[in-house]
Design a binder for this molecule. Structure first.
Ligand SMILES: Cc1ncc(C[n+]2csc(CCOP(=O)(O)OP(=O)(O)O)c2C)c(N)n1
Ligand SMILES: [Mg+2]
Length: 570
């Protein structure tokens, strides 16, 4: 009797992934992918999340991987299904998120013959993947165990990097696609339960010469700054130690997770819009962690004139302003720890520098908070600030692109205890609902999402089955009936086609969307109702919506009022 290679192969892959610490797999229904789908479902070390829409499946997997730091598997059938993974593959590539992307394919004899649901899937995602492997049709072969298992182990290793990112396995399956009942081809794993191949990665710690040199540079330039964006990969403690030892303020985009500690300046967006302040506070050295912050005024102000040291272990060259003077290709945590140690004994400060930032932060914070707290009308900046306040410690805030990420940056107070996530690798407004639900599935505490109406609608399919996934996620939806961000851009000065091309109002009742999926939605009318509504949704659990209606033109005016209030408070 012919032994069953297809089933044995699929089970060997899944076993290797489970051994390597993969916990989540997302898949969309299809026939060609059946062998791997069945093997995933049969292994209770890996949770399987099923999605109709492949784009949602891939973003859900991305959300689990971002929240957990472990690679996630995503699987689909052949043809256009595979192309629907592409947006999440791009986001995973740019945000350096480990994703094991498996596309089922016809065997070679059925390719390029007009066979159904068959496209060229080789290198489908181009240079966005860390590794592409055309795995080949599973066959009964004496070296099956080594070949299958090392492929699976390598997929995990390549996805973890560094740099982490997506890998693509194209899996050709020949019929029959379900177990034949024949004995399986034997492909046992290692006896000790370890993966076939593990990869040892020493930390990329800085050498002493580098630490001494950087410490000297920091000492010589007391008017310095730490600037952090997403992907900083450093602990708040290490950043705070360096900031204190150097006497430098910390300007951290909240999605870096580093807007906390005694030297945090949370109001830099407003401060740097005041030309007097920006001129008087030019730094003479900047230590940059992760991506550039989202803030345009900050990026423009950090031009090439200010010497910037970028900590960039993965070689991602996160330097859109082309101002970086030195790239430190080392891990941030050991660098910061060594730097804090080197600076600690009696580092020279310019106390006036830090005091001036502290005073400005205090004045700007009070001006912003007084203004916002005085408005009963719903204002998106206040909703961003208050949504973060409503989260308990241990919660996760997933911030959507467009204005939510900008408003969190401009208005959120410093805070610890919250895990921030955002799809900022490529800033797409696609796949957001699924990313949030995936993050919620892989997180311990409650997950709250801050999202615009278009971003929500873009991944409306992500809500399919959301209520049955056993996750706690609250969507705070800023409903300004269109793309509010465009009202801040030069297009807004071209009123003739503005609404048609950019504003794009849709008129959809956003409470009807969750209702269609049996999910509760609460609509708030006044600013003071946001925090209680978010807290109530978190306490109730499950997937819930808080709809916050706002008005685009009014929103622009209030942002400008906020910048004016800070300028006059300085
Ligand atoms: C996939 C994708 N398509 C288009 C864009 C361009 N884009 C950026 S923001 C935006 C509007 C988003 O509107 P909404 O989610 O309602 O947020 P708001 O601007 O109102 O804050 C669009 C279309 C994008 N970033 N990603
Ligand atoms: Mg909108």
């Amino acid at each position: 009797m012919t032994r069953d290679a297809t089933t044995a192969f699929a089970r060997a892959l899944v076993d290797e992934w489970a051994r390597a610490g993969v916990h989540e797999a997302c898949l969309a229904p299809g026939s060609r992918s059946a062998p791997l789908a069945l093997a995933l479902a049969a292994d209770d070390r890996i949770r399987v999340h099923v999605h109709l829409d492949e784009r949602s499946a891939a973003f859900f997997a991305l959300g689990t991987a971002k929240a957990s730091g472990s690679p996630a598997v995503v699987l689909c059938t052949s043809g256009t299904a595979a192309a629907n993974f592409h947006p999440a593959v791009l986001e995973a590539s740019h945000s350096r998120t480990a994703l094991i992307v498996c596309t089922a394919d016809r065997p070679p004899e059925l390719r390029d013959t007009g066979a159904g649901q068959t496209v060229d899937q080789l290198d489908l995602y181009g240079r966005a993947v860390r590794w592409f492997c055309e795995v080949g049709v599973p066959e009964d072969h004496p070296s099956a165990a080594a070949s299958w298992r090392s492929t699976a182990a390598r997929a995990v290793a390549e996805s973890v990097g560094p740099p982490a990112g997506p890998v693509h396995l194209n899996l050709a399956f020949r019929e029959p696609l379900v177990p034949t009942g024949a004995p399986l081809v034997e492909a046992p794993g290692r006896a000790d339960g370890r993966p076939w191949t593990t990869v040892t990665r020493p930390t990329r710690a800085p050498d002493e010469v580098t630490v001494t040199r950087v410490a000297e540079a920091v000492r010589a330039r007391p008017r310095g700054l730490i600037v952090a964006g997403w992907g900083s990969d450093a602990s708040a403690e290490a950043v705070d130690r360096v900031a204190r030892a150097a006497g430098w303020p910390v300007l951290a985009d909240p999605i870096s997770g580093l807007r906390q500690g005694g030297n945090a300046v949370s109001t830099y967006e407003a401060l740097l819009r005041s030309p007097g302040f920006a001129d008087r506070h030019r730094p003479d050295l900047v230590l940059r962690l992760g991506a550039a912050p989202t803030s345009k005024p900050l990026s423009a102000w950090l031009g090439p004139e200010a010497p910037q040291l970028l900590v960039d272990p993965d070689g991602a060259w996160l330097d859109p302003g082309r101002g970086v003077a030195e790239r430190l290709a080392v891990d941030s945590e050991p660098l910061l720890t060594a730097l804090a140690d080197a600076l600690a004994p009696g580092a020279e400060h310019d106390p006036a520098w830090l005091r001036s930032w502290h005073d400005a932060e205090r004045a700007a914070r009070a001006a912003l908070d007084d203004l916002l707290d005085g408005w009963e009308t719903l204002f998106e900046g206040r909703v961003a600030r208050d949504t973060l306040d409503a989260l308990p410690d241990g919660g996760t805030l997933v911030v959507a692109s467009s204005m939510p990420v900008r408003d969190v940056e401009a208005f959120a107070r410093p805070r610890s205890g919250v895990h921030f996530l955002a799809n900022r690798g490529v800033n797409g407004i696609d796949g957001f609902v699924s990313t949030v639900l995936g993050a919620a599935a892989a997180s311990q505490g409650p997950t709250v999402a801050l999202v615009g109406d278009l971003c929500l609608l873009h991944d409306a399919n992500g809500l399919l089955g959301a209520g049955g996934r056993g996750v706690d996620a609250t969507f705070v939806v800023l409903d300004n009936d269109g793309g509010g961000i465009f009202s801040f851009l030069p297009q807004a000065e071209q009123p003739e086609h503005f609404e048609l091309l950019f504003g794009t109002p849709h008129g959809v009742d956003l409470a009807a969307l969750p209702s269609m999926h049996g999910l509760p939605a609460d609509r708030v009318e006044k600013a003071g109702e946001v925090v209680p509504a978010v807290e109530a949704a978190i306490a109730a659990g499950g997937v819930r919506f808080v709809i916050v209606p706002t008005e685009r033109a009014d929103n622009v005016r209030r942002h400008r009022d906020a910048w004016k209030a800070v300028a006059s408070a300085l």
